[in-house]
Design a protein around this ligand. Structure first.
Ligand code: ATP
Length: 287
């Protein structure tokens, strides 16, 4: 992060956004910009500047992965419909080399997936060494929809929270930094965004009638998301809650969180496995 950008953050991003115990999503101001003191224009400039750093760090991570390194980063994106997961993927991950990104979106489990343990499809999608993995929805969906819809017995649901915590601990121990982000959009802003999907023909394809059903169960979903935060936010894999009514802030915040995760890896450039001077001489001699 450049000094100019750092000054716009009144508090380190990971402190400003980390899920606090007992957080009530109904009380969250989704238009807030926690930790960030600048305007929208400042936010755009900060995002571009941080994006340049992010691209450099991502290239180092990729280089390490190509030369025997074992580290990787996993960005888990959760949030209600219209919270802006797709925009984050496009605008934030769009700033780094696509070769270094492993994106996976999780939809309703297929009949074959339902036969497996719920973590199996997720395990299979973990990022290889050197990559930034992105989960657009994730294993956390398995304690959201089933809880709200009553699809699994309570004891199975209870067990899943613990399984998720253990799974994420394992993933971190294997060298993957896990960054979990809940994008939170207010009911009013969600209404406005869904309305746009219905009033603009080019957005009709994005509308799904079931989005309104989920809206009608917003209270139950809030409670389910709060349980996810409460039960699965750990020191090794904490949740960050990003107010997402202002798209520019949500994208900036995820950029800053990812930047922080990659910066913490402290990666330089890998040392060459060959004699640079000798190769230079050989190359020049080949002219
Ligand atoms: P989005 O709404 O994320 O932009 P989409 O509607 O285009 O995505 P879909 O392929 O329809 O994507 O999948 C998203 C849907 O799948 C969501 O309604 C989500 O709740 C559901 N889903 C994902 N994982 C699970 C799960 N494990 N159990 C039940 N439902 C799930």
């Amino acid at each position: 992060m450049t000094d100019a950008v750092r000054q716009l953050w009144g508090a380190p991003v990971e402190e400003a956004l980390r899920a606090r115990p007992g957080l009530r999503l109904a009380d969250l101001d989704a238009r807030a910009t926690p930790g960030f003191t600048g305007s929208k224009a400042d936010g755009r400039a900060a995002m571009a500047a941080t994006g340049v750093r992010l691209a450099d760090l991502q290239e180092r991570l990729y280089a390490h992965g190509r030369t025997g390194g074992t580290r990787s980063v996993l960005l888990v994106l959760q949030g209600p419909d219209t919270a802006g997961k797709g925009g984050v993927v496009r605008e934030v991950l769009g700033m780094v080399d696509p070769q270094g990104v492993a994106l996976r979106a999780f939809g309703v489990p297929t009949p074959a997936e339902r036969e497996q343990h719920f973590l199996q499809r997720v395990r299979a999608a973990l990022p290889p060494a050197g990559r930034i993995g992105v989960f657009d929805r994730s294993h956390h969906e398995d304690v959201l929809v089933p809880r709200v819809e009553g699809l699994v017995p309570p004891d199975v649901l209870e067990r899943r929270y613990d399984e998720i915590v253990r799974f994420e601990e394992e993933v971190v121990a294997a060298g993957t930094t896990v960054v979990k982000v809940l994008l939170w959009v207010s009911a009013d802003e969600q209404h406005a965004r869904l309305r746009t999907r219905l009033t603009q023909p080019e957005k009709h394809w994005k509308y799904d009638p079931s989005d309104v059903d989920a809206r009608l169960r917003r209270g139950a979903y809030e409670e389910a998301y709060e349980a996810v935060l409460e039960r699965t936010s750990t020191d090794v894999a904490p949740w960050y809650v990003v107010p997402a009514d202002r798209r520019w802030f949500a994208r900036l915040a995820v950029t800053a969180l990812l930047h922080r995760a990659l910066d913490d890896l402290g990666l330089g450039w890998p040392a060459p496995t060959y004699d640079v001077a000798a190769e230079l001489a050989r190359l020049d001699a080949s002219r």
